[in-house]
Design a protein around this ligand. Sequence first.
Ligand code: AMP
Length: 628
Amino acid sequence: MSYKAHHERSIQDPDGFWGEQAQLIHWEKPYQSVLNYANPPFAKWFEGGLTNLCYNAIDRHLKERANQTALVAVSTETNIEKTYTYQELYEEVNRIAAILKANGVKKGDRVLIYMPMIAEACFAMLACVRIGAIHSVVFGGFASHSLASRIDDAKPKMIITAEAGMRGGKAVPYKPLLDEAITLATSKPEKVLVVNRGLVDYTPIAGRDLDYATERQKHLNDIVPIEWVDSTHPSYILYTSGTTGKPKGVQRDTGGYTVALASTMNHIFCGKPGETMFCTSDIGWVVGHSYIIYAPLIHGMATILYEGTPLRPDAGIWWQLVEKYKVSVMFSAPTAVRVLKKQDPAFLSKYDLSSLRALFLAGEPLDEPTASWIHDAIQKPIVDNYWQTETGWPMLAIQRGVEVMPHKFGSPGVPSFGYNLKLLDDATTAELGPDQKGVIAIEGPLPPGCMQTVWGDDKRFVSTYWETIPGKTIYSTFDWGIKDKDGYFFILGRTDDVINVAGHRLGTREIEESLSSHSNISEVAVVGIEDKLKGQVAIGFAIPKDASNVASLEAELMKTVDQQLGAIARPARVYIVTALPKTRSGKIVRRALQAVAEGRDPGDISTMEDQTVLAQIKQIIEQNPNKS
Ligand code: AMP
């Protein structure tokens, strides 16, 4: 079937299309309807059907694949490399599931996972969904303040962590950050399960902390029966940044997500059961949830979980793993490729990459020099794909399993099956024709696997995503885009205050709140500016209360962000200024700040109250340029 016919059918006959895709997974009890869209924009996929994500990822394969590799956990930080067969993965997951149950975790309870990239993190996620508990993985790079706000929103009964992660050969303690977060949070978990990797000393809190090795030993031979859940039962919450300082809990269902992921493995990623997939993301991000953990396992593949940087012990490490484990599908981010680009391409060409069919890249715009460089270095198709935490799987991609259409540089391709994508004029809401810039929107229902709602806040789901285009109930991606005459989309950046640093999505508002918490700050603004390596970096502008005491203020502000949000949110520079450019109604003109920080002409500044402010800021930047 051609791409066009395939896509059209998925939109015009969702019941027929997704009913067929649903056959890819196990249903303990058949669903009553493929789609219930009686209460838009809330879509219920496969309602009434009983299934389980863990069963589909592991148990279902045991008959055929018990001795096949399911998980390869590689750490170039600790030099530990361990392979688990499907049978071994099954046993490890059952042990954690038994620990959770023994500590009173039940269906619907939340379990927060704050862990580095170790095999136990994968066991923990699968153990949660096995018993119908809802996991919320928080990226290990987030610090106590971010963690506390997520704890208060998800209210986990239990938290699973490790005493430390490791990056670039240095141990990064996790436990003290978690302890501080729990102190800050109003909602306290009953238990904290700690995987002790022996990297740093830590003090367990009596009565609350459990040692994983000891607990595992107690449940070595336990088998925990599958908790069959309705297809619409939440499988996980994953927090993401938006325009307010309060992170949004993206809530995902069970059945729709499992079907969608299985379907993408056939239509987009084209891995085969028994082969190996290597996704270099982190379990703290949506790409990690979908393509390190769930999709490859649902599809009967082996998956590689990698702790370390792409450059240690040398820039050949990822490609060495491709050769060693005969990786057929690889998934990474443009930033990682830009890091490799600074190295000798011989590191890549030295390994036998014949098993590799394609390299998928997502998370941020893929610029042409980066795409060409990696294509020349590995001589494989480079498949840019565009999506968001909210959607859970690609919205735009060349769907190689449907039709191998030509790639166009700068475009992640065409709408994926199930996505009724529109380009709308943000002012008139009219649908736009070729080569006109507009907001990328999705006509409901969102396909299976996309967010169901914002955790605990249906109203916020509707008002944030579905009510931004006047007069229309349509999902906004908050991305600008353009479509060419062949239907290929090009992404032109966000419409809101979200920035993308090295593929990590950050809300400038969160960073502003953190900077404002410093006792000597009266007002701040944060903008994202272009960066050659990371795509974007954050730049702060801060007005001190006491201008006579600012010698170490920038360093203190950076430290504040490090401690509260984590180093990933640290701005490249915070300029200490005396005023911010504002409109007459008092709104900060971020667009102008961004322009001067990027060394561009700020354009029309006639609406500003005081036009000299921008000139002063420009001077400060020129005297102290951002060297990141
Ligand atoms: P996240 O929710 O962290 O995955 O971030 C999603 C955002 O990253 C999108 O809304 C886009 O702004 C950006 N993004 C993701 N993939 C791409 C891509 N292939 N090209 C351009 N931007 C992308």
